[in-house]
Design a protein around this ligand. Structure first.
Ligand SMILES: Nc1ncnc2c1ncn2[C@@H]1O[C@H](COP(=O)(O)OP(=O)(O)OP(=O)(O)O)[C@@H](O)[C@H]1O
Length: 321
């Protein structure tokens, strides 16, 4: 289990990460999302021990980063955005060196190097100097070093960057396999990647965590949209299970239900009430809430959280700022 508490980091007077807290269980794959400059890389660098935080705590299975960074790093695999691979080394030399850094020795080291070469399909390039490799192959080398030693925590910054579609599929399978025994944090701008891989998403905005939600829950809205000429909002508010009603545009009502997911009962009561009032109902459907929509809403300050017990709303964030 990874625990991140009240993490803060500034560059000069600029606050890049502002009081961010989250926990991730073993076996979970988390998508860390946010606009350019939102603070993702800074968080990943802090959690992996590459950068010091100004405040806050990070621990992995009870090992504190502040107190025992070296031990924590032995259980960590990190694929940075810009791979720090040494261009003059061959792939084999580099993996040998990376295995030494992870503290792997003797037979375990050889077995691990063989395993990661197979997992990332690098055997044809073992003797090639890294600077002669294509972007995709360099990426594979980065991933191979990250998974050496079967880390408990794997942090991947844009893992499929530069990979062809076949390798992307291969990489996704690899990440899923690794997640069976590890915690995975994945940062990407590709929403399909998050949909294909992640259980939960954390969305950052200007250094603050504005959403921490399971993908399933994110997609199940608590809102229905009714296209109707009914203007009696109070009448609809009185339907059991309806919490709030607002007109989002002329002829379109947004009906907030007390529970997530499309409710047949509320849907049926709603349509009956509207028709019986003498108005017309032209359409009734759950409000679509895919990841891309949520991400865009957050970035344009239009996001309204579905679960009020979750991370801060945009309003709270701007009030706090
Ligand atoms: N070394 C640094 N010195 C000054 N400012 C920095 C430094 N590193 C990052 N920043 C700033 O901190 C903010 C957060 O940067 P960070 O790299 O964490 O964002 P990000 O979410 O990873 O962005 P991207 O999606 O573009 O990679 C940005 O405004 C960035 O300009």
């Amino acid at each position: 289990m990874l625990n991140v508490r009240n993490l803060t980091r500034s560059y000069g007077s600029f606050i890049a990460v502002d009081d961010v807290s989250f926990s991730i269980k073993k076996g979970e794959i988390i998508g860390l999302l946010g606009h350019n400059g939102a603070g993702k890389t800074t968080i990943m660098k802090i959690v992996s021990g590459y950068l010091e935080a100004d405040g806050g705590e990070v621990s992995l299975d009870g090992i504190s980063l502040g107190k025992n960074a070296k031990l924590l790093q032995q259980h960590l695999g990190y694929l940075p955005e810009n791979l720090p691979v040494y261009p003059e080394m061959t792939v084999a030399e580099y993996l040998d060196y990376a295995a030494d850094l992870k503290g792997l020795t003797a037979n375990k080291k050889i077995a691990e190097i063989k395993r990661v070469i197979k997992a990332t399909d690098l055997s044809a390039k073992l003797l090639a100097p890294i600077d002669t490799l294509s972007r995709g192959y360099k990426q594979r080398v980065g991933v191979a070093q990250a998974i050496l030693g079967n880390p408990k925590l794997l942090i991947l910054d844009e893992p499929t960057n530069g990979l062809d579609p076949e390798q992307t599929q291969h990489m996704r399978k690899l990440i899923k396999d690794i997640a069976q025994t590890a915690t995975v944090i994945l940062s990407t701008h590709i929403m399909q990647e998050v949909n294909a891989l992640c259980d939960r998403v954390l969305i950052l905005k200007s250094g603050q965590l504005v959403l921490d939600e399971k993908l399933d829950a994110l997609q199940h809205s608590r809102h229905l949209v009714a296209e109707t000429d009914c203007t009696d909002i109070e009448l609809i508010k009185n339907i059991s299970g309806v919490e709030l009603v607002s007109e989002i545009e002329p002829g379109k009502l947004l009906v907030e239900m007390s529970k997530q997911g499309f409710s047949r009962v509320i849907g049926s009561d709603l349509s009956k009430t509207i028709i019986e009032s003498g108005a017309s109902l032209f359409a009734l459907y759950p409000r679509k809430r895919d990841l891309e929509t949520v991400f865009n809403q957050i970035n344009s300050d239009q996001y309204v959280t579905e679960d009020k017990s979750n991370a801060k709303t945009d309003k709270e964030v701007s009030n706090a700022a």
